[in-house]
Design a protein around this ligand. Structure first.
Ligand code: PEP
Ligand code: MN
Length: 264
């Protein structure tokens, strides 16, 4: 069902208020790794609005390698974020980690994010197939392109066609970067599926200084959008500060990405 053999034309994911992913425009989604405070959300929304970005990312349920690391504000954090985002006309994408969170998050998100650690959580995918909200599925940590497509197939087959795929780098033998951003996956996915494909250079390379060049490469490779991490004070971020852009770097990247996309 997610194959181009099944559907002629491209899937466009319409989030309302003129925010559409996969319509040929460049979709930008930016925000912190984790939602932390009201002031942080306020500052981020202001930054996004000033730069014409309509979708904010942020985790309230965080999959952390160590159980002692910050694991997110939970549902109260999401509600606080939602209140501010709605007023500013900003759409919300946030990670859902388990089936029980779908119902509690439902009214406060525009896109459910399935993280790389849950790409093959098939029960979660089944349940997201029954939801009337968009879903973005990240490529698994060591997942193949085919496995990502099968994960999308679960959601689509269960009835939800509002789907976005995300290349976020894979684990390889290379240790100079956090992950290996698989630029190849972008044109390959675009050829195999009618679904929009976005790229996450923050997790893809994991090094702040190199997020911009990798982000630009993904746009030239045909990505429908870019999702990346930004924070008013990256060195103080509760998670992933090492790969997070400050607002100045983020504003520069936004303008570069738009120029790159205009060349296509
Ligand atoms: C995230 O987006 O903050 C995240 C945890 O990403 P991933 O699932 O790709 O590791
Ligand atoms: Mn992160």
């Amino acid at each position: 069902l997610v194959s181009r053999k099944w559907k002629v034309g491209k899937t466009q994911v319409d989030l309302g208020d003129g925010v559409v992913i996969g319509d040929g425009s460049l979709s930008l989604m930016a925000g912190p790794c984790s939602i932390e405070t009201e002031a942080q959300v306020h500052a981020t929304i202001e930054h996004l609005v000033n730069n014409g970005v309509r979708i904010m990312r942020g985790g309230v349920f965080k999959p952390r390698s160590s159980p002692y690391a910050f694991r997110g504000l939970g549902i109260d954090g999401l509600k606080m974020w939602y209140t501010q985002a709605r007023q500013a006309g900003i759409k919300i994408i946030s990670e859902v980690m388990q089936v029980s969170q779908i119902a509690e998050m439902h009214d406060y998100v525009d896109v459910f994010q399935v993280g790389a650690r849950n790409t093959q959580n098939f029960n979660l995918l089944d349940e997201l197939g029954k939801v009337d909200k968009a879903v973005m599925i990240k490529r698994g940590i060591s997942g193949t392109i085919e496995e990502l497509l099968y994960s999308a197939e679960y959601v689509f087959a269960a009835g939800n066609e509002e789907l976005i795929l995300c290349e976020r780098g894979i684990r390889t033998y290379e240790k100079a970067s956090r992950n290996t951003m698989d630029i190849n996956a972008i044109p390959i996915l675009k050829e195999k599926t009618h679904l929009p494909v976005v790229a996450d250079p923050s997790h893809g390379i994991g090094i702040r200084e190199f997020v911009a060049p990798v982000a630009l490469a993904t746009v030239m490779a045909g990505a429908d959008g870019v999702i990346y991490e930004t924070h008013q004070e990256p060195e103080k971020a509760a998670s992933d500060g090492q790969q997070t852009l400050d607002f100045e770097e983020s504003a520069r990247l936004i303008s570069q990405l738009r120029k790159a996309h205009a060349l296509l």
